[in-house]
Design a protein around this ligand. Structure first.
Ligand code: SF4
Ligand code: SF4
Length: 349
C-alpha cells in the first residue's frame, strides 16, 4: 500500500530525483519554477516516488518524475503523471511539456516528441553543450485539450481552421490505419453502409424507432432481442409490436429475470431496500446469445448494467431508450439546463 500526497518538503524529493538520474541539484529550497510537488510514500512512510509540476516562460512543464526502481511497474509513475496533467489542466493549460531521457515511457501516455527547433525554451537541457551532441533527451508535449474542448468541429465540413490541439491534425497514423482496416470486416462494413444510407435518405425524417426498423431491414436481421428494464415492459411491448408489424421475430428478457437477490453477487445488502433482486444484464445477454438473435436493442438498462450487457452481447447492440428516472428518459435535458434551472449539476463534490 502507498499514498500520494502534496508536499512542500523538497529536499528528500531532490535526493530521489537526483539519485534516479534527473538533472536536479540536492537542496532544501523549492525551485522558483515549481508549481506543485507530490510525494508517494509506502506503508512505512518511506519516499518511493515523486513528481514536480512547474511553469517556465509561460509553459506548463512536468519538471521531474521519479519512481524508486523497486516500485516500478506498478503504475505509480502513471498516477503521478496524471495528477500533474490534471493540475496543469485545472490551472488553464491546453498543453504540457517535458524533456525525457526515456521518451518511450511517456509515449505510452500519449505524449509526442517535438523537434527541438519547434519547441519553446522549457529546459536547462536546451542550453547544455551536450544537448543533441552526445546527449539526446526528447522534448515532448501532450495536448490536454481534446475534441470535447473544440468549438469549430472542422473535421466535419473542413471550412474552418483546425484548432492547434486538434485530434485530426495530430492523429496517430497507425491508429487511424488500424481503425480503417477494420471496416474491411464484412459485418462492420455492412453496418457502416446501412447506417450511412439511412442517415442520408432519412435525415430528420425518421424517428429513432423507425430508423431502428429500417436498419434491421437493410441488415437482413430476422430475429431481434430486446433487453429491457423491468420498469419499461410496457414500452418494450409497444416496440416489439412495431417490430413484429414489420415482419421481424422478436424475443425479450427483462433485467430481473432469474430473480437473483442482490447480496448473492456481493451487492451490499442495504441496496435491497429499493428491490431485493438484482438487475442481471449478463444473464440478459447470455439468454439472447442462446436464442441466436441477430441484433439486440437495449431499453432503459441502468448505467453500468447497460455496460455489462454491451460487453456480453454477441450480436450487435443499439440503444433505443436511455433511462433517466428524473428527466423522463431524456438525460440530455440536464445538460440543456446546466446553465440555468439545474446549474447545481455543475458543482463539484
Ligand atoms: S542535455 Fe545536458 S543537461 Fe540535459 S540530460 Fe543531457 S547532459 Fe544533462
Ligand atoms: S478532430 Fe479537430 S476539428 Fe474535429 S472536433 Fe476534434 S479538435 Fe475539433
Amino acid at each position: 500500500m502507498y499514498k500520494i500526497i502534496e508536499t512542500k518538503d523538497y529536499e528528500p524529493l531532490s535526493v530521489l530525483f537526483h539519485d534516479n538520474g534527473l538533472e536536479v541539484k540536492i537542496c532544501k529550497e523549492i525551485p522558483d519554477t515549481a508549481l506543485k510537488l507530490w510525494k508517494c510514500e509506502d506503508e512505512n512512510g518511506d519516499l518511493i516516488a515523486a513528481c514536480q509540476l512547474g511553469k517556465r516562460r509561460g509553459y506548463f512543464v512536468l519538471e521531474s518524475l521519479a519512481v524508486d526502481p523497486a516500485y516500478r511497474g506498478d503504475g505509480l509513475g502513471g498516477k503521478l503523471l496524471r495528477l500533474a496533467e490534471k493540475e496543469a489542466f485545472l490551472r488553464g493549460a491546453k498543453e504540457i511539456w517535458l524533456v525525457a531521457k526515456v521518451p518511450e515511457y511517456y509515449k505510452r501516455f500519449a505524449w509526442k516528441t517535438v523537434p527541438s527547433a519547434e519547441a519553446p525554451d522549457i529546459s536547462k537541457c536546451q542550453h547544455c553543450a551536450q544537448f543533441e551532441e552526445t546527449c539526446h533527451p526528447a522534448i515532448m508535449k501532450k495536448y490536454l485539450y481534446s475534441c470535447i474542448h473544440c468549438g469549430v468541429g472542422n473535421c466535419d465540413h473542413m471550412d474552418k481552421k483546425y484548432p492547434d490541439f486538434c485530434l485530426t491534425k495530430h492523429m496517430d497514423p497507425f491508429l487511424k490505419e488500424e481503425a480503417i482496416a477494420l471496416y474491411d470486416n464484412e459485418e462492420n462494413r455492412d453496418i457502416m453502409v446501412a447506417a450511412a444510407q439511412i442517415e442520408y435518405e432519412y435525415y430528420c425524417k425518421m424517428t429513432r424507432v423507425e430508423e431502428t426498423v429500417e436498419f434491421c431491414r437493410r441488415m437482413h436481421y430476422n430475429k431481434i432481442g430486446i433487453a429491457t428494464c423491468v420498469g419499461l415492459l410496457h414500452e418494450a411491448n409497444i416496440f416489439a409490436r412495431i417490430l413484429r408489424n414489420h415482419g421481424l421475430e422478436v424475443t425479450g428478457i427483462a433485467c430481473k429475470a432469474g430473480t437473483v437477490a442482490k447480496h448473492e453477487v456481493g451487492i451490499p445488502v442495504e441496496c435491497e431496500a429499493i428491490g431485493e433482486n438484482m438487475c442481471n444484464p449478463i444473464l440478459q445477454a447470455k439468454k439472447l446469445n442462446a436464442e441466436h438473435t441477430d441484433f439486440n436493442v437495449v431499453i432503459g438498462l441502468c448505467v453500468g448494467h447497460d455496460s455489462l450487457f454491451y460487453k456480453y452481447s454477441q450480436a450487435p447492440v443499439t440503444t433505443l431508450l436511455t433511462k433517466d428516472r428524473v428527466l423522463g428518459h431524456n438525460p440530455v435535458a440536464a445538460l440543456y439546463l446546466s446553465k440555468s434551472y439545474y446549474n447545481k449539476i455543475m458543482e463539484s463534490d
